[in-house]
Design a protein around this ligand. Structure first.
Ligand code: IMP
Length: 178
C-alpha cells in the first residue's frame, strides 16, 4: 500500500445494516418456503452473505464458488474461470447468487451462464453494490443494495490486493496524488 493511499467512508456499517435489512425483507417475501440455494462468490461476498442469511428466517442452503478474474490490481483480466466449484447440485433448485460488487459484469455474467446450464428451477442475483458506469456486459441485478460511482471500494469483505476486507464500513480509495 502506498503511503499516499487514503480511505474515505462511503457507506457506514449502520447504513450497510439498514440496506441489508431491506434486501432481506424482499428476499424473505420471494423465497419463503422455497428452500433456496444461496451461492456466494468468494472471496468478497462472505461478510455480506454471513449478515444476510441471518436475517432470512426460513430454511436455505449455502454454497460458495471461487472464480478467478482479477490479477492483483484494480482491473479485471477479463478471463474468468472456476477455481473452486460447487459441491451441491443446482438442478431444479431455486438459486440466488450473492455477489459483493458488479463492476464490468464479466464475473457475474459468466457465473449466471455457468449455472443456467445446470438447469436450476430459478436463478436470481443479489448484489450488495453495483458500478453501472463500468459495465461491459449486461447483467440483471434482482436485489441491489447500493449503486456506486466509478470508485474503487474496499471494506465489508471487499479488498484491494487482499487488504481492507476487515473494515466494517465500505470505503473508497482516494486516487494517489489526488
Ligand atoms: P466484474 O467481473 O468486473 O464485474 O468484477 C467483479 C469482481 O471484481 C468482484 O467480485 C470483486 O471481487 C472485484 N471488484 C470489482 N470492483 C471492485 C471494487 O471497487 N473493489 C473491490 N473489488 C472489486
Amino acid at each position: 500500500m502506498s503511503s499516499q493511499t487514503k480511505l474515505h467512508i462511503l457507506f457506514t456499517s449502520k447504513e450497510i445494516e439498514a440496506t441489508i435489512r431491506k434486501l432481506a425483507a424482499e428476499i424473505r417475501k420471494d423465497y419463503q418456503g422455497k428452500h433456496p440455494l444461496l451461492i456466494g462468490i468468494l472471496k468478497g461476498s462472505f461478510v455480506f452473505m454471513a449478515d444476510l442469511i441471518r436475517l432470512l428466517n426460513f430454511p436455505l442452503e449455502v454454497e460458495f464458488v471461487r472464480l478467478s478474474s482479477y490479477g492483483g490490481g484494480k482491473e479485471s483480466s477479463g478471463k474468468i474461470k472456476v477455481v473452486q466449484g460447487l459441491s451441491s447440485s443446482v438442478k431444479g433448485r431455486d438459486v440466488l447468487v450473492i455477489e459483493d460488487i458488479v463492476d464490468t459484469g464479466l464475473t457475474t455474467a459468466f457465473l449466471l451462464d455457468y449455472l443456467r446450464k445446470k438447469k436450476p428451477a430459478s436463478l436470481k442475483l443479489c448484489a450488495l453494490t453495483d458500478k453501472p458506469s463500468r459495465r461491459q456486459v449486461p447483467v440483471t441485478i434482482d436485489y441491489l443494495g447500493f449503486t456506486v460511482s466509478n470508485k474503487f471500494i474496499v471494506g465489508y469483505g471487499l479488498d484491494w490486493n487482499e487488504k481492507f476486507r476487515y473494515l466494517p464500513d465500505i470505503c473508497f480509495i482516494e486516487d494517489e496524488g489526488g
